[in-house]
Ligand binder design. Sequence first.
Ligand code: ADP
Ligand code: ASP
Ligand code: MG
Length: 440
Amino acid sequence: MKVMKFGGTSVGTPQRMKEVAKLITSDPGEKIVVLSALSGTTNTLLEISNLLANNDREGAGQKIAGMEKYYRAFVQELLTNETIIDKANKVLAEHFEFLTIILKISFSEALLKDILAQGELLSTKIFSLYLEEQNVDYVLLPALDFMTLDNQDEPQVGTIKVKLVQLLQHYKDNKIFITQGYITRNAKGEVDNLKRGGSDYSASLIAAAINASACEIWTDIDGMHNNDPRVVKTTMPIKQLSFDEAAELAYFGAKILHPASIWPAQFFNVPVRLLNTMQAEAAGTLITETAGSTGVKAVAAKDGITAIKIKSSRMLLAYGFLRKVFEVFEKYRTAIDMITTSEVAVSVTIDSDTYLDEIKKELEALGSVEVDTNQTIVSIVGNEITETKEVMKKLFDSLSAIPIRMVSYGGSRHNISVLIPKNYKEQTLQLLNKGLFGLE
Ligand code: ADP
Ligand code: ASP
Ligand code: MG
């Protein structure tokens, strides 16, 4: 059995949804199909939630009405059979009634999660009705019946496996299973999610749970490219990546994969394929244990980084000092991405400002603290690159005009990272495209 995940743009129009149906029925194997919400829907649901949080019920109501109109037109265009259209309209009535009710109740974090879940619930139900119309045999497996988080909000692969295997046992003769990406239950049993872009993570967790033969991530581009195609004009797809390389790229900003989506596949050794729904015959990117080749494969950039420097000439080299620094971040459950040290100071970066004030206050007990917000980590990723000749030279030659704030080298053999102010990101990615890949 394999997993096929289709992202927002892949199901974003009635035509695309029909193509997805063709893709999943054209090969005879067993599969679990993981769907995202239609493109734009999760953003709209977030906007509705923000309006509600700010008590703008009228604004939220208008957005909900606009969304309902869009979905009504969508099913009209997708479906032809009157009975199935009736069913689809009932599905829409049910979900938009829920969204109308929320206008009357007070806003909370738990309600926000319920609102955000509507996108995937709608897309899977609409897609299922299209399959029904096409006389395709399928089973809709509700993700909320098997996806779970523990009390640290980490997915519970063991529990997911047990629940999913149990569910699948009821359907021994079926071959096509549809489920929602992104949504899950948390430790309290409430509806929750795997954060933005989380359907990739769902797919990988499901692939790990069923020991799938492959985890296919179908999207709007022909695989992982050597640079960010949203920023740089000329980029090219990469044929093969190791799990380690792909994990670094995902974590350091390659939006094509959710930051945490590689570890489940890697842990259970399920090959991941990145494929293009609009160009199904393209080779895409294969991600397995082996890297294929050595050398630089790609660069990626992660925005929203804060750099914190702690200066303490008296204490830095005393043992135990770094532990005290790290304990502050641990206390506030804030992950550190980069770290550099000198005789008198240590600099770290974090990607979440939620507890910045508290962290800063506690670090001030250890030394003087400087904070720079709005930074970007640019990562150069490849197999054994730290042992590949000339990479550092090319890197620094290319970036001679960029004010580099930190450098991380040697932490892993697959990654060299530099920290720059965000307003230099575009220039940096372009310079690296030329200096490392010879692309203009
Ligand atoms: P989906 O809706 O299918 O999950 P996403 O928008 O989340 O799709 O991810 C695909 C997008 O990721 C591409 O359209 C591309 O703009 C962006 N992207 C960023 N970096 C890369 C990269 N290195 N290679 C490929 N795509 C990338
Ligand atoms: N619909 C969710 C989002 O937009 C999850 C996903 O698309 O992967 O973030
Ligand atoms: Mg995505």
